[in-house]
Design a binder for this molecule. Sequence first.
Ligand SMILES: *Cc1c(COP(=O)(O)O)cnc(C)c1O
Length: 380
Amino acid sequence: MSFKTIISFIQNTFETNKGIPLHAPVFKGNERDYVLQTIDSTFVSSVGAFVDKAELLMAEISQTNKAVAVVNGTSGLHMALKLVGVNTGDEVITQALTFVATANAIKYCEAEPVFIDVDLDTMGLSPTAVLRFLESYGDRRETGTYNKKTGKRIAAILPMHTFGFPVRLDELMKIAKDWNIPLVEDAAESLGSYYKNKHTGSFGSIGVFSFNGNKIVTSGGGGMIVTQDLKLGERAKHLTTTAKVPHNYEYVHDHVGYNYRMPNLNAALLCAQLEQLDLFLKDKRDLAETYASFFENERISFRREMEDTKANYWLMCLELENLEERNAFLEETNASGVMTRPIWQLMFRLPMFENCYRDDQTNAVFLEERIVNIPSNVRI
Ligand SMILES: *Cc1c(COP(=O)(O)O)cnc(C)c1O
């Protein structure tokens, strides 16, 4: 199948031959109404009814006991790592195949990322590779697991559900338990994705979602910390709201806190978007079906969800034959106004992470050379 054929198919699918974005937000529900309500109420900033409502909605959707709204997903990851005890000089196991925010959040804690390979099928952190690493380097002590080679504590495992395709959570959770290392899920891309009928983000000690403009639903900018542990959730709320102790008029703060609150204005947009999540998910699933049948039995393959999982199909993916074909595809599609993007450059290629430990990265490199995202817009 030629790239021309693929381009025409995508243009037909979106019923336009003008620019087709990768993932444009859709505001066809109560967005305008709710945002205007915040303006009329004057509560546009850090407290307000929509913040509370968004947190309740997200706890329900993610099947967790507590959700805490934050200013973006990156700050949510920073807090999540701090809350599970990641500190200066620690190490955090994560994947190099991710958006830079995952690795940045580790650095904010003055800890070091340890890049472990992904699975070819999930495109997320590989339990086999994590276990291989821990069996070679892990040293179980009373205060946790340490890296024999560096002497540093391995303070967390941070998998990411790439493009909304869930990682092997059962296996990773078992390793986390066996080695006594907290697991935090970077669920920034996986709102509406399930692993064995349970929502992603609800498995680890903490899960973090993002509502950036390009995600499946958006609050303009925003994120959500979710957890089953009420105490940890309360702590998250406290730390992200300047650690202020309730008082009628005094400014009392009992910790170095963070101003990571989501403004009510953004929460209003988020509430309206969350009301339409099921609609968006259904529409994206239809689009995924359309792509899947078009690419069926083709050399260029369309990525489907794994057995026992339900993906949100946030950004849909094609796997091309090799780097040359990938580059030619990116060139031709973008020149025709059909927006496509390569997967991220692996984290260890970036100057700030080039000296971090990494294993062989065979699968990550394979995917880096072949995976591209294609237009994944909701069409309603
Ligand atoms: C979007 C994203 C984040 C967080 O993004 P923000 O823009 O800070 O909300 C974190 N990790 C991954 C993998 C992401 O895709």
